[in-house]
Design a protein around this ligand. Structure first.
Ligand code: FES
Length: 151
């Protein structure tokens, strides 16, 4: 199983004030220009047509085997590219896809839409590969507000 993460960026979203503009492709191009060769070893960029968060362009999702999938919105294709690069690096470096709130760049913090746990089979495989994944040793992903809040 590859540990490479993927960022899926929606290229169909339209800006509310300028409905003829679809900023997702701009965000993809600026991100591609900004990623280093080292980034590309751990981050794949893919376009997608609709993530179901159409009212919050640009929308994107970060996903990787055995990690929580994180959906974000409201990324500005001009202003938030650096925040996006840092967000992707933090996500890629995280053990389970949960980046502590205190470490998140501003665009990551304000853009939160949802997070979805990894499939149990993937989580179990990772738990077997390393003892650091104590979260995945449990049999369920019960939501616990006290534990889910990142500081
Ligand atoms: S069109 Fe972009 S999320 Fe739906």
């Amino acid at each position: 199983m590859s540990d490479k993460m993927t960022v899926y960026i929606c290229t169909l979203c339209r800006l509310k004030d300028e409905p003829e503009v679809r900023p997702g492709q701009q965000l993809v191009e600026r991100l591609e220009a900004r990623l280093t060769p080292q980034d590309r070893e751990i981050i794949a960029v893919e376009t997608v047509e609709c993530l179901g968060v159409c009212t919050r362009p640009c929308t994107l999702a970060m996903a990787a085997p055995g990690k929580w999938t994180v959906v974000l919105g409201d990324f500005d294709a001009e202003k938030d590219v650096e925040d996006l690069v840092l967000s992707l690096r933090l996500y890629a470096a995280s053990e389970n896809g949960r980046v502590p709130k205190k470490d998140r760049p501003e665009a990551f913090r304000r853009g939160g839409v949802s997070r979805t746990p990894p499939r149990r089979s993937e989580a179990s495989e990772i738990a077997n590969r390393t003892t650091r994944y104590s979260l995945f040793a449990t049999r369920s992903f019960r939501f616990s507000p006290a534990r889910s809040r990142s500081k």
